[in-house]
Design a protein around this ligand. Structure first.
Ligand SMILES: Nc1nc2c(ncn2[C@@H]2O[C@H](COP(=O)(O)OP(=O)(O)OP(=O)(O)O)[C@@H](O)[C@H]2O)c(=O)[nH]1
Ligand SMILES: [Mg+2]
Length: 224
């Protein structure tokens, strides 16, 4: 699905780069790319100026808890802004000097005013872009299980191995039944042996957010 997004960005003429913020080499590419985009624009808008101004001020925007502040810290090479694994960490804008040519504005996460489909809200809950107390753990955990259940066994390999589900035909089970199996396999039990499903929901959400269930990509590019 990532490949489909690549095609779409190219077709739309939108410069893009997929990165792991903790990969220093990749982050350097982001910096170089951002600077070259700005310089190209400056040259295009003012062709008569031979040496356009180098100094630039850019802002980092995106959904809550998606790594905006982390990007800034990585590019600055220091803990310039606060980072946390929860939505709404950054509350006010903050301007950070990255180098002699670049200042970056860190901004609070932004949300779409509404969701075209209910599942879009669940994606954001699964990704922890919406605070956990808004919908609780069950719905996003069920949504994640549903996602991996519908993948081919090859694409769901990491998920299947993580919870030792190799002997089950996942397609014939509901997401809730799969979570019951995980409770048994992982020993998530309450006193007197009842299944502790709350623990399974938290486990699934935790593992998903840490990338332990394998790579995933929600949603295909829009069709024009
Ligand atoms: N694995 C992984 N984790 C990341 C990456 N980028 C950020 N994180 C983690 O995601 C969490 C949120 O990062 P932040 O930088 O605070 O996110 P933010 O977009 O600034 O969040 P708000 O200010 O709340 O909107 C932190 O626990 C980061 O360590 C990444 O590329 N890979
Ligand atoms: Mg932030």
């Amino acid at each position: 699905m990532i490949a489909q997004w690549e095609v779409w960005f190219k077709k739309e003429g939108v410069p893009f780069i997929f990165v792991d913020c903790f990969d220093r080499a990749q982050m350097k590419k982001v910096l170089a790319m951002a600077k070259s985009i700005v310089m190209e624009k400056r040259k295009k808008n003012n062709p008569e100026i031979e040496n356009p101004r180098q100094k630039m001020r850019l802002m980092v925007i995106g959904l809550p808890n998606t790594g905006k502040s982390t990007i800034i810290n990585q590019l600055a090479g220091r803990a310039a802004v606060k980072v946390a694994d929860k939505p709404g960490q950054t509350q006010v804008q903050q301007l950070i000097v990255i180098d002699k040519d670049l200042d970056l504005l860190d901004t609070p996460g932004v949300m779409p005013p509404s969701f075209a489909k209910e599942e879009h809200g669940l994606w954001l809950c699964a990704l922890n872009a919406i605070p956990e107390d808004v919908v609780g753990d069950l719905l996003p955990a069920r949504f994640i299980i549903e996602y991996y259940k519908n993948l081919s066994p090859e694409n769901a390999k990491t998920f299947i191995e993580r919870y030792k589900l190799e002997n089950l035909d996942l397609k014939t089970l509901s997401a809730d039944e799969i979570m019951e199996k995980i409770a048994v396999l992982r020993g998530c039990l309450k006193q007197k042996g009842a299944l502790d499903l709350e623990r399974v929901y938290k486990l699934v959400l935790h593992d998903f957010r840490k990338g332990e269930l394998g790579k995933c990509c929600f949603g295909v590019p829009p069709v024009n």
